[in-house]
Design a binder for this molecule. Sequence first.
Ligand SMILES: *Cc1c(COP(=O)(O)O)cnc(C)c1O
Length: 360
Amino acid sequence: MQVFNFSAGPAVLPKEVLQRAADEMLDWHGSGMSVMEMSHRGPEFISIAEKAEADLRRLLSIGDDYEVLFLQGGAIGENAFVPMNLLGQKKVIDFVNTGEWSKKSIKEAKKYAQVNVAASSEDRSFTYVPARETWRLSADAAYVHVCSNETIGGVEYHFTPDTGAVPLVADMSSQILSRPVDVSKYGVIYGGAQKNVGPAGLTLVIVRRDLLDRALPITPSAFHWKEQAEADSMLNTPPTYSIYVAGLVFDWLLAAGGLAAIEQKNIEKSRLLYDAIDGSGGYYVNPVAKADRSRMNVPFRLRDESLDGAFLKGAQARGLLQLKGHRSVGGMRASIYNAMPIEGVRALVDYMKEFARSHG
Ligand SMILES: *Cc1c(COP(=O)(O)O)cnc(C)c1O
């Protein structure tokens, strides 16, 4: 049966990428080795890592004044490593709180710094992005932190906030590579790979070079951006297989026309799903302000929650997988990352309409 996987992460990967990884599993390019078996310091893997970095730089038009790091530890790890690497002599970090992932970042940062919540959408259950004009930034913050796409709440920034001379730092775990982004407006972009980039285990950190001198002395070497930059992310053993598969995803994106092309597809897919929700006469509900809705993660509730089980069971039977919402919010969530074909969204929308008709 054809299945469509709506998992929030680890998430669907392009079929072509999985096929190529399978073809190359036992013997990468005539080397006689699987990528998993290669030394990270050997010429084969170094060529894989260099190509992956070059392709990522091309996709995002990353300038030479930025380092691209392939690390471990995930975005939750970076919640600690970002403050460690950026605090320098400063004491305060400004945060914008738009939901569950912002809250996690704030909680972790409080171990290392004073946190100022410059803006929050908690007053309306995290269903919008506070307008930039309402942010109350500190005079002397080390940086301003945002979560550019709240994977659980389904709230996305569709603008890049201006923070002046204070570096803007974004957790882009579930947004990166879904659309073009002007990297030069950010001090740091970070994210776990397992949403839209590749397998779990790889963490991307894109950092402006002039910010590399601010690490606290306690920063562990494996997560010390300057030390890792000087070692080409090979101060410790990097997540080699995840980097390889991410590289195949970068190839796939470049062949598909890059991020402007994939953005058009993501707009089309998310519109199809939101139109079905909004057109259901309240049978399905997404609570997020229309201007701030996520193109990647679409949470929705059934008007009658007692039908949740039946909805999920019927979806599963049709090969529509992993639609259960996050345990903290319940309901449903359809994650429709780059690798979700529009046919998957059409199949979901058809099922939603049919379910509403038969369970009126
Ligand atoms: C998934 C996710 C995380 C957590 O990433 P880990 O790799 O589990 O550390 C953090 N932030 C956002 C926005 C996410 O979507």
